[in-house]
Every structure is written in structure tokens, then in C-alpha cells.
Design a protein around this ligand. Structure first.
Ligand code: HEC
Length: 140
């Protein structure tokens, strides 16, 4: 191999190596990635999951939010159902409903309903469900 060719190969190898390092470090092209709300699960509260008195809104977002926040599959299905009943699309979000009772929420969570799988006491403890159903159960 001539000196010139080997030097050219060396230079292109360095360019390639440098280039790939730049590629690996660079942020993906385009605007910064925005995660839909249902993918942004808040940190679960620390402490005893069996102790009563938790924050129902936070526990709802942690344990139910990946289906019941904006864009979640529960929200999508319920939006269609509510609209077919003549309601506005915002009623697809459980947090916007005023017709749910705490007892109804508890039974749907433990038994499941249609496309919603039953949630076990490992998914949501009784104490957590108590707080969540109080938060959602605006009809009592
Ligand atoms: C894996 C996704 C998923 C999770 C997790 C989930 N749900 Fe659901 N939920 C759904 C879907 C889907 C529906 C609509 C079911 C249908 O009608 O087919 C639904 C329906 C409901 C309904 C019935 C609403 C109505 O109009 O009758 C309630 C109440 C409810 N969910 C509460 C909860 C609560 C509280 C939690 C958390 C403890 C939770 N869900 C967790 C998917 C989920």
C-alpha cells in the first residue's frame, strides 16, 4: 500500500470515529421529545402503602394514570363512551366526572370492567384505593 493511500485511510478512519462520537453525543434531531401525560408517571409516595390517609389525586396518577390520564387507553375508550352518551370529550377523564360514587370506583377497580383489568391489592392496596375512590367519587 502506498504511503498516500494508507494516510488517506487513516484520515477517513479518524473522521468516521470522530463522526460517530459526535452522533452518539448529539441529541436526536428535531424538537425536544415531549412525552404524553399518561407516560409521565409521578414518583410513588414513600412510606407504608397500607397506611390510610394518602393523597387520592397523587395515588390516582401513580396507579391509574397510565390508562386514565390524557392519551391513556382508558381515557380513549371512556371518551368515546361519554360522547356517545351526549357528553363533552373532557368527561373521558375520570377526574372530570361528577357522577361516580366511591363504591362504584372500588368495585370497578377490584372486579374490572370491559377492557379494564381488575387491579389486585399489589397493584393498589385497600388503603390506596380508599383514597383514590374518595378523590374520584364526587357523587358520594
Ligand atoms: C390497564 C389500563 C387501566 C388501568 C391501570 C386502570 N384502568 Fe380504569 N379503565 C380502563 C379502561 C380501558 C376502562 C373502560 C372499560 C370499558 O368500558 O371497556 C376503564 C374504566 C374505568 C372505570 C369505569 C368508568 C365508567 O364510566 O363506568 C372506572 C371507575 C375506572 N376505570 C377506575 C380506575 C381506577 C380508580 C384505576 C386505578 C386504581 C384504574 N381504573 C386503572 C383501563 C384502566
Amino acid at each position: 500500500m502506498s504511503k498516500l493511500v494508507s494516510r488517506a485511510l487513516l484520515v477517513s478512519a479518524l473522521v468516521l470515529a470522530g463522526g460517530s462520537a459526535v452522533l452518539a453525543d448529539a441529541p436526536p434531531p428535531g424538537p425536544p421529545m415531549m412525552m404524553p401525560p399518561y407516560m409521565l408517571r409521578p414518583e410513588p409516595p414513600t412510606g407504608d402503602r397500607l397506611a390510610p390517609g394518602g393523597d387520592g389525586k397523587v395515588l390516582f396518577e401513580v396507579h391509574c394514570g397510565y390508562c386514565h390520564l390524557l392519551g391513556g387507553m382508558g381515557t380513549n375508550l371512556l371518551t368515546k363512551q361519554r360522547m356517545m352518551m351526549g357528553e363533552t370529550p373532557d368527561k373521558g377523564m375520570l377526574a372530570n366526572r361528577t357522577d361516580l360514587t366511591a363504591d362504584y370506583v372500588k368495585s370497578v377497580v377490584r372486579v374490572g370492567k370491559g377492557a379494564m383489568p381488575a387491579q389486585t391489592r399489589v397493584d393498589v392496596t385497600d388503603a390506596e384505593l380508599q383514597a383514590v375512590s374518595k378523590y374520584l367519587g364526587k357523587a358520594g
